[in-house]
Design a protein around this ligand. Structure first.
Ligand code: UFG
Length: 334
């Protein structure tokens, strides 16, 4: 059945990939994005782009008066861990209040399905790894805290109003779409793989490794890198089951790679020597974050189609090599 979905943050990295995949399945897509971090060029031309801000309740009322949505996928948020430690109210304030505006609009508009872009940052320093859904939630930064608060708001939105929600806790999204020219481009860029590409492209002199004294085999942090299209697939599967009940899933491939292993992969894929230097630890980085994704595999039949690190890095590089400055104008980073 063809549905109409509202995608907030659909001009951003993960949202824009989900837009492409929903359109490919014959759905109609309305993107709501303030374009502060998103890119107009990232929105597939078959989607409707409504430029607006979730803080603007009048804009939301107007949006919901013009469309009848079968479901909402909510990506729009401030999402930088480091920034959240300096400006916490952008997170536990704006992220939460903007989402509450959206949830209220959903309930008033009789929308019954809501997918939240959540994060493994809700677990903080996890009590055990790999991280299953039942691991204690102890966010170590306001970004993770904001998503945990929103998960709890959604619990009550279900119990009181019947709004069914899926909270997808992403691990490290990476890669780019094979069929549409979109990829990862943040400003400022803080993520390891795009930063490594900037060094390959001569836009920065080297990659700084944030600490090599962690309790891991090579001393650098270990993360679970998941192809953005595998994440997108999780969203599409979860939409189908949401009519029955709300759910929470940790979405990663279940295998971790160290910072050094990621840089080695970038060297293999690009053929560039990629200089790296050891720097101090980055505040708030847990040593190891790897998902236990058995629940989503068992319940939704989800499985990563791109589980190999080199495959993910290759996909990311294909887009970045063709778009050396991402979506934006040329600029030198350092
Ligand atoms: N890193 C470096 N050098 C860099 C950039 C990153 O060594 O220049 C390291 C980081 O310290 C970390 C790893 O590379 O160990 C991955 O860092 P990213 O910034 O790419 O990703 P994070 O793991 O910090 O962030 C991800 C998600 C966030 C989420 C967070 C939870 O992108 O949304 O995990 O900790 F909140």
């Amino acid at each position: 059945m063809s549905c109409t979905y509202l995608i907030t943050g659909g001009a951003g990295y993960i949202g824009s990939h989900v837009v492409v995949d929903l359109l490919a399945r014959g759905h109609r897509v309305v993107v709501f994005d303030n374009l502060q971090q998103g890119h107009r060029e990232a929105v597939h031309p078959d989607a409707v782009l409504e430029v607006g801000d979730l803080a603007d309740c009048g804009a939301l009322r107007s949006l919901f008066s013009r469309y009848r949505f079968d479901g909402i996928l909510h990506f729009a948020a401030n999402s930088l861990v480091g920034q959240s430690m300096q400006q916490p109210f952008l997170y536990v304030g704006d992220n939460v209040s903007n989402t509450l505006n959206l949830i209220r609009a959903a309930i008033d508009g009789n929308v019954l399905r809501f997918v939240l872009s959540s994060t493994c940052a809700i677990f903080g320093l996890p009590e055990r790894v790999p991280i299953g859904e039942d691991v204690a939630k102890n966010p170590a930064n306001p970004y993770g805290e904001s998503k945990l608060i929103i998960e709890q708001i959604l619990k009550w939105a279900d119990r009181v109003y019947g709004l069914r929600s899926a909270c997808l806790r992403y691990f490290n999204a990476a890669g780019a779409h094979p069929d549409f020219p979109i990829g990862e481009d943040h400003s400022p860029e803080t993520h390891l793989i795009p930063i490594a590409f900037e060094a390959v492209l001569g836009q920065r002199s080297h990659v700084e490794i944030y600490g090599d004294d962690y309790p891991t085999p090579d001393g650098t942090c270990i993360r679970d890198y998941i192809h953005v299209c595998d994440l997108s697939d999780a969203h599409i599967r979860v939409l189908d089951m949401l009519e029955e009940r709300s759910c929470h899933y940790n979405v990663g491939i279940g295998h971790g790679y160290s910072v050094r292993e990621v840089l080695d992969s970038v060297r293999r894929v690009t053929g560039h020597p990629l200089p790296a230097r050891i720097g101090p630890r980055r505040a708030g980085d847990p040593p190891v974050l790897v998902a236990a994704s058995d629940r989503i595999r068992d319940e939704l039949g989800w499985a990563p189609r791109y589980p190999g690190l080199d495959t993910i890095v290759e996909a990311a590089w294909r887009w970045r090599a063709a778009h050396p400055h991402g979506f934006g104008p040329a600029q030198v980073v350092d």
